[in-house]
Design a protein around this ligand. Structure first.
Ligand code: AMP
Length: 196
């Protein structure tokens, strides 16, 4: 199963990806997690990425494409993967198609988890008001979320027509309860035959 989960920051892609990892035994490939690991390890990529991430902007395409290119060859990706947070630009989506084609592969499913902006802002404001934010991500504030949403609409949303044109896009309602979103995703995965 080779799957892309698309959707704005905070839509629940990570939660749904974790559920799919359990059920299907394929890894979750999150460029956000890879970049945070690089920041923590102070690698050259991490040192470059930190400020960009804290500002809610996008790390250059070639950096994240390189991370995914390397990761796709790991043995645990042989049975498939769930991409979470990649691609985020049309250039990344095109590069992903190329990287897979080079390996004789293609995507089985592209699922958009759709959530309205005002709900995402409410969710993060409530969470930050309630939670002890000591261990929170440094980009997890209402102000940065607004910037990340703007970036999503300007740079990531154009991917939707890219996948729609090739008949690969299915949208689920990310505002439904978590289990219901999971059921909608299961229906997509059961309904369509996987690519060879
Ligand atoms: P995420 O954990 O997916 O929300 O990503 C956190 C941050 O990492 C984003 O706000 C970007 O700064 C950066 N990032 C993650 N994935 C990508 C990507 N595919 N392209 C560019 N920047 C990314």
């Amino acid at each position: 199963m080779r799957l892309v989960l698309l959707g704005p920051p905070g839509a629940g892609k990570g939660t749904q990806a974790a559920r799919l990892v359990e059920r299907h035994g394929v890894p979750q490939l999150s460029t956000g997690d890879m970049l945070r690991a690089a920041v923590a390890a102070k690698t050259p990529i991490g040192l470059k990425a930190k400020q960009i991430m804290d500002a809610g902007a996008l790390v250059p395409d070639e950096v994240v494409i390189g991370l995914i290119d390397e990761r796709l060859d790991s043995p645990d990706c042989a049975k498939g993967f769930i991409l979470d947070g990649f691609p985020r630009t049309v250039a990344q989506a095109e590069a992903l198609d190329r990287l897979l084609a080079d390996r004789g592969l293609r995507l089985d499913h592209v699922i958009e988890v759709k959530v309205d902006d005002d709900i995402l802002v409410d969710r993060i404001a409530t969470r930050n008001a309630q939670a002890d934010t000591a261990g929170a991500r440094s980009d997890d504030t209402v102000e940065t979320l607004r910037k990340r949403l703007q970036v999503y609409h300007e740079q990531t949303a154009p991917i939707l027509p890219y996948y729609k044109k090739s008949g690969r896009l299915v949208t689920v309602d990310g505002m439904a309860p978590i289990d219901e979103v999971g059921r909608q995703i299961d229906t997509v995965l059961e309904g369509a035959p996987e690519a060879g």
